[in-house]
Design a binder for this molecule. Structure first.
Ligand SMILES: O=C(CO)[C@H](O)[C@H](O)COP(=O)(O)O
Length: 225
């Protein structure tokens, strides 16, 4: 069973005619986009805001109508993947390097749905290195500042060169022993000059759809209390 496909397709049940959708990035949300394309061909009327150039390209190939984030104040729903999702609905994102646009899009969404396979559902975050998007200028200095939070930051490389985001920045992957206080780490990181955004999504996810290798799909709803 393809657990990512199960989760990705299941989330599309939340999509209704006329919605404006945030379209996430990655190999799980890929299946949501394929399903969305199928439904659009059958008459579903939605518009999407892509969270990366890859998703923009894929959406265009699948015939998903797109609008720019600049023309939207609010989105009805965003569907996106994650690298880790915890039992208290906190996330690490940015494995694909799209965390800045993903966070911007999620932040204006009435509902934020995460699609993952079961291996990514954890009791506490931190096994996956936390991606942090930083500006290229003086990146070593920014890394040094980040390391004071008690982690080991490593510049992400691709084909023997630094990985460049859609926003022309670098990513550093930060290895923590354990992320104790997610809210504090999120805020402290974003206060460092040179940091653009980090991959901790605190109190943002409303629904987590978990695909299992046994063919089961589990949908978890965050209590708003
Ligand atoms: O945050 C992301 C990209 O920046 C992705 O959502 C995350 O990396 C999960 O990707 P995949 O579904 O391919 O495992």
């Amino acid at each position: 069973m393809n657990a990512k496909k199960l989760a990705g397709e299941k989330a599309i049940e939340y999509v209704k005619d006329g919605m404006h959708l945030g379209l996430g990035t990655g190999s799980t949300v890929y299946w949501s986009l394929v399903k969305l394309g199928e439904l659009i061909r059958k008459g579903l009327d939605i518009k999407g805001v892509p969270t990366s150039k890859n998703t923009e390209k894929l959406s265009m190939e699948l015939g998903i109508p797109l609008v720019s984030l600049s023309s939207i104040n609010e989105l009805d729903l965003t569907i996106d993947g994650a690298d880790e999702a915890s039992t208290n609905f906190e996330l690490i994102k940015g494995g694909g390097g799209a965390l800045l646009r993903e966070k911007m899009v999620a932040s204006i969404s009435k509902r934020f749905i995460i699609v993952i396979d079961e291996t990514k559902y954890v009791t506490s975050l931190g096994q996956f290195p936390l991606p942090v998007e930083i500006v290229q200028f003086g990146w070593e200095v920014t890394c040094n500042q980040i390391s004071k939070l008690g982690c080991k930051p490593k510049l992400r490389m691709e084909n023997n060169a630094p990985f460049i985001t859609d926003n022309k920045n670098y990513i550093v992957d930060c290895y923590f022993e354990k992320i104790q206080d997610t809210k504090e780490v999120n805020n402290t990181l974003n206060m460092i000059p040179g940091v653009v955004e980090n991959g901790l999504f605190v109190k943002m996810a409303d629904v987590i759809v978990i695909g299992g290798s046994n063919g089961n799909v589990n949908t978890l709803l965050r209590s708003k209390l």
